[in-house]
Ligand binder design. Structure first.
Ligand SMILES: C[S@@+](CC[C@H](N)C(=O)[O-])C[C@H]1O[C@@H](n2cnc3c(N)ncnc32)[C@H](O)[C@@H]1O
Length: 322
C-alpha cells in the first residue's frame, strides 16, 4: 500500500486553478466523465471527455492510493538503465490535468522531462499550468504536451523514453488499445507504471441490499462499446506478458471516509447514474438508494473502498533503448 508518498513542500507542482463546474457530470463511462468531444482528426465520431473538476477532486485520494511498493523496483530499473545518469524521460499517457506527474516527479531523483499525452487539449492546458517543477533531489523537471490518440501510439512515439506512466486510464481503453499501448512500451524497451485501474469491486459500509446490483450494473456499463472496464488489468497483464515483459500487480484502493465526503458524494452520483443508464429498470429504487447513501455520507457515517490495481511492467533489460 501507499506509504507516505503524497507530493509535498514548495518544490512540488501545485494543482492548477480549475474553474468550478456549475452542473453535475453526465452519466457516462466513469464518475466525472462529461458528455463527449469529437475524436481528434475525425469529424464523425465522438469520445468521452473528462471534467477537470472531477480529476481535481479525486487527486488527493489517487495520491494516497497509488502503491508505494512498486516504486523501489522502478527506481532500481531507472538507475540501471543504459546510458547512465542522463535525464529521465517520462511519457504520461492519458495525463488529464497531470496528476500522475504531480505525484511521481517529486518521488524520483534526477532531472526529468515529462511528455504529457492526451487527446483532450483542454486538459493538456491544465496539465501544463500545474506541471511539477522539481524532483526529489531538487533537480529540474520540465514538461511538454502531445495531443493524440493512444490507440495510435507507436514505439517511435516513445523513442528515448525511460518510463511510461498512466493513471486511471487502462479501464477506459479497449483490448485493441491496450495491445497497442503494450506493443509501444515494449518496443521502446522502457518500464511502465500503470496505476489506478478499477477492478470492479466496491465495499460500502454500512451495507445495503442494493449494493451488489448497482455495482454489477456499473461494471456492465464500464464494459460498454468494447471498453475493458474492470477487465483491463488482466488484459494488460496478458498483453505485456505475451510480449515477454514481467508484470507486478499491487492493490491501490481508494479508502473514502468522512474526510473525503465531497469526493464520495460525486463518486456515488456517477456510480449510481451509470448503473441506471445501464439498467433503466433500476431507476426508482436507485433514486431512493442514492438519497439514502448521500444522507449517510453527509452525516459522516459512510465508508467506501473502491478497489483499484497498479501495474509495474519491466521489459527484458536487453529489449530496448531505455
Ligand atoms: C479518467 S481520466 C484520468 C486522467 C489522469 N491520468 C488522472 O489520473 O487524473 C482518463 C484520461 O485519459 C484520456 N484518454 C482516454 N482515452 C484516450 C485515448 N484513446 N487517447 C488519448 N487520451 C485518452 C482522457 O482524455 C482523460 O484525460
Amino acid at each position: 500500500m501507499n506509504t507516505g508518498t503524497t507530493p509535498s513542500g514548495p518544490q512540488a507542482g501545485t494543482t492548477p486553478e480549475i474553474p468550478q463546474r456549475t452542473t453535475a457530470p453526465a452519466d457516462t463511462s466513469e464518475p466525472g466523465a462529461l458528455s463527449a468531444i469529437p475524436a481528434p482528426g475525425n469529424g464523425q465520431s465522438e469520445v468521452p471527455r473528462y471534467a477537470p473538476q472531477w480529476l481535481q477532486l479525486r487527486e488527493p485520494a489517487d495520491a494516497a492510493a497509488r502503491s508505494g511498493d512498486l516504486l523501489d523496483p522502478l527506481r532500481i530499473r531507472l538507475a540501471d538503465r543504459a546510458g547512465g545518469p542522463a535525464d529521465i524521460v517520462v511519457h504520461d499517457l492519458g495525463c488529464g490535468t497531470g496528476s500522475m506527474g504531480r505525484w511521481l516527479a517529486p518521488l524520483l531523483e534526477g532531472a526529468q522531462h515529462w511528455v504529457l499525452h492526451d487527446r483532450d487539449p483542454y486538459l493538456l492546458h491544465f496539465a501544463t499550468v500545474g506541471a511539477p517543477r522539481t524532483a526529489a533531489d531538487g533537480s529540474r523537471v520540465t514538461v511538454t504536451t502531445q495531443r493524440g490518440d493512444i490507440g495510435r501510439l507507436t514505439p517511435d512515439a516513445l523513442a528515448g523514453a525511460s518510463l511510461v506512466t498512466a493513471s486511471a486510464l487502462l479501464d477506459v481503453l479497449t483490448a485493441e488499445e491496450i495491445d497497442t499501448l503494450a506493443a509501444a512500451c515494449v518496443g521502446a524497451g522502457c518500464p511502465a507504471l500503470l496505476t489506478l485501474s478499477v477492478v470492479g469491486r466496491v465495499d460500502i459500509t454500512p451495507a445495503h441490499p442494493l449494493d451488489r446490483e448497482i455495482g454489477e450494473a456499473f461494471n456492465a456499463h464500464q464494459r460498454r462499446g468494447e471498453l475493458l472496464g474492470p477487465d483491463a488489468v488482466d488484459a494488460a497483464c496478458e498483453a505485456f506478458t505475451r510480449l515477454g515483459a514481467s508484470v507486478r500487480v499491487h492493490p491501490s484502493p481508494w479508502r473514502l471516509g468522512a474526510e473525503q465526503a465531497a469526493l464520495t458524494e460525486e463518486w456515488l452520483r456517477g456510480w449510481v447514474g451509470a448503473a441506471v443508464e445501464e439498467r433503466p429498470d433500476l431507476e426508482a429504487s436507485a433514486e431512493a438508494y442514492l438519497r439514502e447513501r448521500l444522507a449517510t455520507c453527509v452525516a459522516g457515517e459512510l465508508r467506501v473502498v473502491v478497489h483499484h490495481s497498479d501495474v509495474l511492467v519491466l521489459p527484458q533489460p536487453s529489449g530496448g533503448t531505455s
